[in-house]
Design a protein around this ligand. Structure first.
Ligand code: C2E
Ligand code: CA
Ligand code: CA
Ligand code: CA
Length: 278
């Protein structure tokens, strides 16, 4: 064994000992933040771009720290997922969503609310019981709920995911393929998993300019979705040119800064009060 080998060995030992001695800081503070309910739902409006009416919203988590700072998921969502906090964080969010929207959504049965799930949720039927428990006796009906599964990361077990999705759909809940076009799933996912909604990623919407004649990926996703009787939503719409193109391509719904960023509950509820449902 040479000097370098000993040094490397010592370094590796050092890191193992450190890891064993204490949990990493981000984990501890995220866990505390869940206990203190510092993760709150923000709501980004989704518009029916053919009729111009409000279709509902997508829930986007924000970390509201005690000092008033608001953090976006980019700062913590990966750590939360890696440290096993995905499920408790989502449970906390769902409870707050039920609380925020119950009164208003009972009056507007056509409005929907989409919640982002983690891939981990599609490994265990527990999510079905949890959704039933949280929304079963709330003013938000299962028919108003959309659960999003991202295509960005692969699902562990497609058969199990399929079974969980089927159970959710039996309740009347719809399931959306998020970030469509970016990842692992593609056409196979859509066919195998039986999705109700497809969300075209901002990446593709971004490519639309005033000069754009066709965006093959948007057109093919949208055509295929229509063939399978799915609703198509475009995300990250920022310009009138993009909206025009999407409308002409027969896309049903859109969300983006052109209409509104994610809003705190009070602001979203004001919007619902003013616009009502479609
Ligand atoms: P996503 O699900 O694709 O959500 C859309 C993201 O794009 C949101 O970022 C939203 O604020 C942003 N966005 C919407 N319209 C526009 C636009 O016109 N321009 C630009 N530049 N951005 C726009 P956000 O809130 O930072 O969330 C990032 C990602 O974090 C989400 O991407 C989603 O993957 C994840 N995420 C957010 N909330 C949750 C949650 O509650 N649970 C889970 N599992 N993931 C979440
Ligand atoms: Ca999403
Ligand atoms: Ca998305
Ligand atoms: Ca996206």
């Amino acid at each position: 064994v040479d000097g370098l080998g000993i040094l490397t060995g010592a370094l590796i030992m050092f890191f193992f000992v450190r890891m064993g001695l204490r949990k990493p800081d981000p984990y501890v503070s995220l866990e505390q933040a869940i206990k203190r309910k510092e993760f709150v739902p923000y709501y980004q409006p989704i518009l029916d771009i053919q009729s111009g009416r409000l279709a509902g919203c997508e829930v986007l988590v924000r970390w509201r720290k005690p000092d008033g700072t608001i953090l976006s998921p980019g700062h913590f969502i990966d750590v939360a997922e890696a440290s096993g906090l995905a499920l408790p964080m989502t449970a906390l969010l769902m409870e707050q969503v039920a609380e925020d929207l119950s009164e208003s959504y009972a009056k507007h049965p056509n409005l929907k609310v989409a919640i982002n799930l983690f891939n981990k949720h599609f490994e265990d039927l527990a999510i079905v019981r949890e959704v039933e428990q949280v929304f079963g006796n709330s003013g938000v009906r299962f028919e108003q709920l959309v659960l999003e599964v991202t295509e960005r990361l692969p699902l562990e077990n497609l058969d199990r995911a399929r079974a969980i999705i089927a159970r959710l759909q039996e309740l009347g809940i719809r399931v959306a393929l998020d970030d469509a076009g970016t990842g692992h799933g593609g056409f196979a996912y859509l066919q195998k998993l039986g999705m109700d909604i497809i969300k075209i990623d901002k990446l593709f919407v971004d490519t639309i300019t005033a000069e754009t004649e066709t965006v093959p990926i948007i057109d093919s996703l949208s055509q295929m979705a229509k063939g399978m009787d799915m609703v198509v939503v475009a995300e990250g719409v920022e310009t009138d040119e993009q909206l025009d193109y999407l409308r002409r391509s027969g896309i049903d719904e859109a969300q983006g800064f052109l209409f509104s960023p994610a809003l705190p509950a009070s602001a979203y509820l004001q919007l619902v009060g003013a616009l009502g449902g479609k």
